[in-house]
Write a protein of this length. Sequence first.
Length: 340
Amino acid sequence: MPTSQPIPTLDDVARSAGVSTATVSRCLNTPGQVAKPTMERVMKAVEVLGYTPNFGARSMASKRTHTIGAIIPTMENAIFARGLQAFQEELHKLGYTLLVSSTGYRPEVEEEQVRALVSRGADALLLIGFDRSPETYAYLGKRNVPALVSWAYAPDHSLPSIGFDNRTSMQELAQHVISLGHRDIAVITAVLRGNDRAALRLAGIRDAMEQSGHAFGDLRVIETPYGISHGERALDQLMDGGNRPTVIMCGNDVLAAGALKRAKERGLGVPKDLSITGFDDIELARIVTPALTTVHVPHREMGRKAAQELVSILEKRGAGHSVALETKLMIRDSLSLPSR
């Protein structure tokens, strides 16, 4: 009958590798701080012994789980995937694990997920945008769970943010559109409820129109869920609804790609007959034909800096700092002078 083997401990790994238990702990939790030869020796001992860290015991001792939660609006949007990948990579370097959930752009679901992640021991949370109920902010304050906002920037908010100014970024694109002579402007935007990023981008377009000193027709705005097919249907609504726009400004590149696809199916030349712009500068913006004029958002830098700041808040027990990242206009072939 087989006899049970003792469960290997941290001390066993340290003895086998010829290092201290503190060094083993650094190898497992903050590998970037350990020299490569030492890391290789320790990890070989871990593999040979079959050692698994007892994170439950560590959590009980430190009252921390070294887990950070991220709640995003959707997993289908490439902008969140790119930023979260960088966020996770940086957390891993710093010895933290990431838990991710998505809301489907439903505020009530986000409130449930905030509570669920906190109840499962998340030390801190990454949130997207500021538009949520006061009760959610109050809950995080009562539970003393640090949170950081990304994909948006508001230096005067109670929570720190690592992001960019959605309103100013879209305003700069709209100013360029207007400078080309466009006066019949329409917008395809994500649903505005619970989405301050989309609302601010729309506000940025209105700002540019008001500040230009030119006369414009009514700004036609179509709100629609995220997705290429929704961009297609929104274009049909705009082109079938009376006075046709000379340019359609979209709140993200996916909606713009859908609008572009449908415009071509209708026999419209882009940008000869109709200009189309996006926002985000995901890979799709460069591979569609014609390539999309859009706003470049530094997604990976945003994710990396958000991870660094959240860990700093946890380990230094500070309030955190807000950082504004720069966006950039990407002028490509989908935008030109109006045809009329």
